[in-house]
Ligand binder design. Structure first.
Ligand code: NI
Length: 136
């Protein structure tokens, strides 16, 4: 019997979507307003989901205090109020799309969560646009 526990978090960040190998015109066509050279912000909503067996002694899949702290330290402190392109190492060479941000978040958290637990990330870039990544 496996149960999924979920923790919501939030960060505000700026980004620019841009492929340096392309002309400005092609970037504007593909990325639209998101290619604006002066950056723009999003209110990102993050849901971290951890799935596993219930521990018989605690009744927990994962202690939510521990999960909260992990998200605070590994994600919010590093991403909140940052310019993702300029200030987050991973995005110096990777376009900070919601897809790529979700993969970077998953990779950071995967290292810190018990390997017997399954991890998946849901990231809302806008209230209507969101992505999911579970390491596949
Ligand atoms: Ni954007």
């Amino acid at each position: 019997m496996k149960v999924t526990v979920n923790r919501k978090a939030h960060f505000n960040a700026a980004h620019r979507l841009y492929n340096a190998d392309w002309t400005d015109a092609r970037n504007a066509t593909v990325f639209g307003k998101c290619a604006n050279p002066n950056y723009h912000g999003h209110n990102y909503e993050l849901i971290v989901s951890v799935k596993g067996e219930i521990h018989p002694e605690t009744g927990f899949v994962m202690d939510m205090k521990v999960l909260k702290e992990l998200i605070d330290v590994e994600i919010e402190e590093k991403f909140d109020h940052k310019n993702l392109n300029e200030e987050v190492e991973a995005f110096k060479t990777l376009n900070p799309t919601a897809e790529n941000i979700s993969v970077v978040i998953w990779n950071k958290l995967r290292l810190k969560i018990d390997e017997n637990l399954e991890l998946s990330i849901t990231l809302y870039e806008t209230p209507r646009n969101f992505v999911t990544y579970c390491g596949e």
